[in-house]
Design a binder for this molecule. Structure first.
Ligand SMILES: [Fe+2]
Ligand SMILES: [Fe+2]
Length: 188
C-alpha cells in the first residue's frame, strides 16, 4: 500500500505506448518498475519543492524509455528527451515551458549534474537518484539537488522501496501491469 496519497497526472495509456517501444524488460533495473518508483519519489518530492508534478511524472516515464542496455548507455537520456519532444501533442499535452523542463530533465539526468536552475528539473533528477538502492548503490547526498531529497526520512523511505524492489500500488491497479518481486526481495 502506498504510504501517501499519490495522484496520477498521466494517462495509463501513455505508459503502454512507451512500453511498446521499450527495448528492455519492464521489470529490469531501468524498466517500468523503476519508472513507477521514480514517479512516486518525484511526486512526494514535488509536494515539498514546488516542482511541476506533471513534468516530474512524465520524466519518470520517459527518462529511461530509450535505453538499449542495462549498463553503460550514455546517450539514453538524450534519446528519451527526443522521444518526449517527438510525441508531444500525439501522446500527451504540455506547455512549451514545461516541455523544455521535461527535455532538460531527461537529456541530462545521467550526467551527475546538480546545477540546473529549475526546481522541477532538480526534482526529477533527485527522484531518479533516490531509487539507486535498487541496484545496490547507496545515495550520495552530494548528488542530490533539493533539500527535500536530502532529508533522511524521505531518502530512507525511497531507499527501502528501491532496495526491496517494491512497486507502488498504481503499477497494478492503474497501469494494469503485473509484477512479482524476485524471491530474495520477498524474503526480506
Ligand atoms: Fe537513466
Ligand atoms: Fe532512471
Amino acid at each position: 500500500m502506498d504510504a501517501f496519497d499519490l495522484q496520477l497526472h498521466i494517462d495509463p495509456g501513455l505508459v503502454h505506448r512507451i512500453l511498446d517501444q521499450f527495448a528492455l524488460s519492464p521489470s529490469g533495473a531501468h524498466g517500468a518498475t523503476h519508472w513507477a518508483r521514480v514517479l512516486a519519489n518525484g511526486t512526494r518530492l514535488a509536494a515539498q519543492t514546488g516542482a511541476r508534478v506533471e513534468v516530474v511524472q512524465l520524466f519518470a516515464l520517459f527518462h529511461d524509455a530509450r535505453r538499449i542496455n542495462e549498463g553503460a548507455d550514455p546517450e539514453h537520456g538524450q534519446r528519451g528527451a527526443d522521444l518526449a519532444r517527438e510525441k508531444l501533442g500525439a501522446w500527451f499535452e504540455l506547455s512549451a515551458a514545461d516541455m523544455d523542463r521535461l527535455y532538460d530533465a531527461c537529456a541530462y539526468h545521467s550526467d551527475g549534474r546538480t546545477d540546473h536552475p529549475d526546481v522541477t528539473v532538480q526534482t526529477c533528477w533527485d527522484a531518479d537518484r533516490l531509487d539507486l538502492p535498487r541496484v545496490g548503490v547507496s545515495v550520495d547526498k552530494r548528488y542530490l539537488c533539493t533539500l527535500a531529497a536530502k532529508q533522511r526520512e524521505l531518502r530512507e523511505w525511497a531507499g527501502e522501496r528501491g532496495s526491496r524492489l517494491l512497486v507502488p500500488d498504481f503499477y497494478r491497479d492503474e497501469w494494469g501491469l503485473s509484477y512479482t518481486p524476485p524471491k530474495w526481495a520477498r524474503a526480506r
